[in-house]
Ligand binder design. Structure first.
Ligand code: FCB
Length: 473
């Protein structure tokens, strides 16, 4: 609902766009960088569609100046990017490589010159391979390594970056990486995935402490989660239980420790046949529970769930890629369904902005006083360059219109949302789907690397200028 005569978004609300290192940079062997788990995974036959890799990606490592010009043309106020750990600390241990830090220093300076605020994520899934060889996130030591890496980056960039994010979507790191194996490092061990989840919580807490110790007092520190919005298919007890289980496995597992200092009791009992959680040591939950300045929320789509009875086959349209191994430890009987009557994106994800509003209101109730930022939202579409050279992505405009409207409506009901980052600035390497899924508001020809802003980029620029949602048509 728009209030007559007032803009939809207040003057201080930040509009930006988001990317991540492995998805855009390329330059994987330059400046002393060594492989991360995503380099190894992408080069393993059969793991990524069409054998695509991030070796070149969209060549942002060389074209970052041009990309900043694009952001500036669109009027972006803030830019969310991630640092490649293997670029700044190639083995995941020891001193930083100056060339790696210099790349991010130049990028940040380039942004600041154009009045674009840098928003830095330390970890967007690309663990240095050597740390995976030493056991990866299921090992406690990885959390300690992460805090050391946080200190290196904070020492180098703390004078010019104010906004810091520890982890991006730890759910994907733990459960797609170690349980279903559709993401790097591709392991399929449910017990290991729960250990990974805990060490990500611990790494976040140690990382926040390291950042606070190294950064000036004005720094803002947060984390980006991808909370699920599960909805029971019917009100039968079985379906309601499915919703409860996914709430615990997707949300409580990180929100519990990070926001409240405890794992939910039902998470522990639902996973009791897989682990006894004895890897949680005294003091870990207090460490994970650090005061935060911002909670990053990544939202794309809700999940429609039910419980399967007896030996019926479980349908798993959870949108997280095909694997015979489930990323949901302790939820073997939960089925995921595609709803009818709503558009479905190229990822197979239903378009439903009501999930955004519901999620923001839930987080407002559960973490009162914590400012929220939408750190990712957007859609993959089958974008094509027309004969006139333009890309008319009307479905993406409709998606953005709906979801930004939901953000505005949640704010009107009291949600303290302070910014929105569109995923993504550029078409890029979409993980296991390679280059087959286009999420950008700027089209990239992956052969020539030519960039063409799509219609949605112009629409977004209009919104940023006017602070009021332009029509979707
Ligand atoms: C999120 C990831 C991001 C991108 C979008 C589509 O889960 O954080 O890198 O792949 O999904």
């Amino acid at each position: 609902m728009t209030v007559q005569g007032q803009p939809d978004f207040p003057a201080e609300f930040l509009f930006g766009s988001a990317t991540s290192a492995y998805q855009i940079e390329g330059g994987v062997r330059e400046g002393g960088r060594t492989p991360s788990i995503w380099d190894t995974f992408a080069h393993t036959p059969g793991k990524v569609l069409a054998g695509d890799t991030g070796d070149v990606a969209v060549d942002h490592y060389h074209r970052w100046r041009e990309d900043i010009d694009l952001m500036s043309d669109l009027g972006l106020q803030v830019y969310r990017f991630s640092v490649s750990w293997s670029r700044v600390q190639p083995t995941g241990r020891g001193p930083a490589v100056q060339q790696g830090l210099d790349f991010y220093r130049s990028l940040v300076d380039g942004l600041l010159e154009k009045n674009i605020t840098p928003w830095l994520t330390l970890y967007h899934w690309d663990l240095p391979q050597e740390l995976e060889d030493a056991g990866g996130w299921p090992e406690r030591a990885t959390a300690e390594r992460f805090a050391e890496y946080a200190t290196l980056v904070a020492d180098a960039l703390g004078d010019r970056v104010v906004h810091w994010t520890t982890l991006n979507e730890p759910w994907c790191s733990a459960f797609l990486g170690y349980a279903s194996g559709v993401h790097a490092p591709g392991r399929t061990d449910q017990a290991a995935s729960l250990r990974a989840a805990h060490h990500l919580n611990l790494g976040h807490g140690l990382g926040v402490q390291a950042l606070r110790a190294a950064l000036p007092a004005r720094a803002k520190v947060g984390v980006s989660l991808n909370p699920a919005v599960p909805r029971a298919k019917t009100d039968s007890p079985g379906d309601v239980d499915a919703e409860r289980r996914i709430m615990a496995l997707a949300n409580g597992v990180f929100e519990g420790p990070m926001l409240h200092g405890a794992y939910p009791a039902d998470l522990i009992s639902d996973t009791a046949s897989i682990t006894d959680w004895s890897f949680v040591q005294d003091g870990d939950l207090a460490t994970a529970h650090q005061p935060l300045d911002a909670l990053g929320v990544n939202y794309y789509s809700p999940l429609l769930v039910s419980t399967v009875e007896g030996t019926d086959e479980v349908e798993r349209r959870d949108g997280h890629g095909a694997s015979e191994h489930s990323p949901w430890p302790g939820a073997d009987k939960v089925a995921f369904h595609r709803p009818t009557g709503v558009p479905i994106t190229e990822m197979g994800w239903p378009v439903d902005p009501t999930g955004m509003e519901e999620l923001l209101l839930r987080l407002t109730r559960e973490a009162p006083g914590l400012p929220l930022y939408i750190t990712e939202n957007g859609m993959a579409a089958e974008d094509k360059v027309g004969l006139d050279g333009t890309v008319n992505d009307t479905d993406r405009i409709a998606y953005l219109h709906g979801h930004l409207g939901a953000v505005r409506d949640a704010m009107a009901q009291g949600a303290d949302v302070r910014g929105y980052f569109l995923w993504s600035l550029l078409d890029n390497f979409e993980w296991a789907y390679g280059y087959s899924k286009r999420f950008g508001t700027v089209y990239v020809d992956f052969d020539s690397q030519e960039r063409t802003p799509k219609a949605s980029a112009r629409w977004y620029a209009d919104l940023i200028r006017s602070r009021t949602l332009p029509p979707a048509e």
